[in-house]
Design a binder for this molecule. Structure first.
Ligand code: SF4
Length: 368
């Protein structure tokens, strides 16, 4: 059997990552259907606040309503970050979810000028300060700054309980196209870098942006291969693209979501969670395909990634669990098995071990 070097296709080699996927594994995964996997015995969720640090983004994905063009992009001030985090901690959240576009390019002159006025030469340098603010407010940071170089991730890794980036797909799709196209190889390299740096990591795939079922299988196999190498993938999000003011390309049908979710459950070890966001996906019809996490819910901030889709109330999550007849429990933004010196920095461990109200809140979730 000849293993073909799919890394050539994914473009990861250009970023120093070798990734080989066996074509027989792709064929096997394409045969998986929901009957081959089981429903999870329990569901989890995290309580978070969205902190949209900046809406600047170097890319222009055609399904994305998050980014703003130069001249219109926002950048939260330290005071605004503090206010959001304080409200989140008061509401009982444990996670500050820092959302971004991707490293703002030179077009965003006003963003760079503002960062410079605040004493920062990069968005990552500012993110480090933002994470400190969150920690001081009693929240654990989880940042999603898009593609990251090793130097960028190193700058912020020890101030995050976990980090993430959606792989979305290993395929070159036109939805990522245009003059500033997002590259799958760079996303793979970011996930690999997180593994090398020992960062508990969240990733996932976006279904319905022009990729094929085979592309989905290859994307999941790529994530599984990176997890096998580093052991750092804590969860995979299986997310459908949804209609919005920029995307009129439709949303994947239920069958596609069920098969993709089952493929994800089948290809990852059981301790890697499969997450479905209830505000975007028909979660109840996916539970038998192996979903075991409902993602983050926020009692106080909008879902800034998909503002047109409101988060269901916590009560709705409880109803989902009740109807499925499984227990629902809250978790930290870092999964329990990564709460150890091997995976967490002294700063994050000190927050979790702290003798303050936040530390007690964190540990209560670990002891559940
Ligand atoms: S999906 Fe992410 S990378 Fe693409 S435009 Fe939106 S914020 Fe930028």
């Amino acid at each position: 059997m000849l293993a073909f070097p799919r890394s050539d296709v994914f473009g990861a080699e250009a970023y120093g990552v070798e990734l080989t996927i066996d074509p027989d594994d792709v064929e096997r995964l394409l045969e998986v259907d929901p009957a081959d996997v089981s429903a999870a015995p329990a569901l989890t969720f995290a309580r978070n606040v969205f902190v949209p640090l900046t809406t600047a983004c170097r890319y222009t994905c055609t399904y994305c309503t998050y980014y703003d063009v130069p001249g219109e992009a926002s950048l939260l001030s330290p005071e605004e970050i503090e206010r959001i985090c304080e409200r989140g901690a008061e509401a009982g959240c444990t996670e500050a979810l820092f959302t971004f576009g991707d490293d703002p390019d030179e077009r965003y002159t006003e963003i760079h000028e503002q960062l410079s006025a605040w004493g920062h030469d990069s968005i990552h340098s500012y993110l480090r300060e933002a994470c400190e603010i969150a920690l001081d407010c009693g929240l654990l940071p989880h940042s999603n700054p898009g593609d990251q170089t090793r130097e960028q991730m190193k700058l912020v890794a020890d101030r995050n309980a976990s980090m993430g980036v959606m792989l979305e797909t290993t395929a070159d799709v036109t939805a990522h196209g245009g003059p500033r196209a997002k590259e799958p190889g760079q996303r793979i390299a970011t996930i690999a870098t997180a593994g090398e740096l020992g960062v508990p990591f969240t990733t996932g795939i976006l279904v319905g942006i022009g990729e094929t079922a085979r592309d989905r299988a290859e994307s999941l196999l790529a994530i599984a291969a990176l997890h096998e190498r580093y052991g750092h993938v804590q969860e995979i999000i299986v997310q459908p693209v949804v209609s919005n003011e920029r995307w009129r390309g439709g949303t994947p049908d239920l069958e596609a979501m069920r098969r993709t979710t089952a493929m994800a459950r089948s290809v990852l070890p059981d301790d890697v969670s499969i997450q479905s966001p209830p505000n975007l996906a028909p979660v109840e019809e996916l539970l038998d395909c192996g979903i075991d996490d409902l993602g983050g819910v926020s009692p106080i901030t909008d879902d800034h990634i998909n503002p047109e889709y409101e988060w269901p109330a916590l009560r709705e999550l409880e109803r989902i669990a009740e109807r499925a007849d499984v227990p629902l429990s809250e978790r930290l933004p870092v999964y329990d098995r990564y709460v150890s010196p091997e995976w967490l920095s002294p700063r994050i461990r000190a927050a979790i071990d702290g003798d303050d109200e936040a530390g007690r809140r964190y540990r209560a979730l670990l002891d559940r």
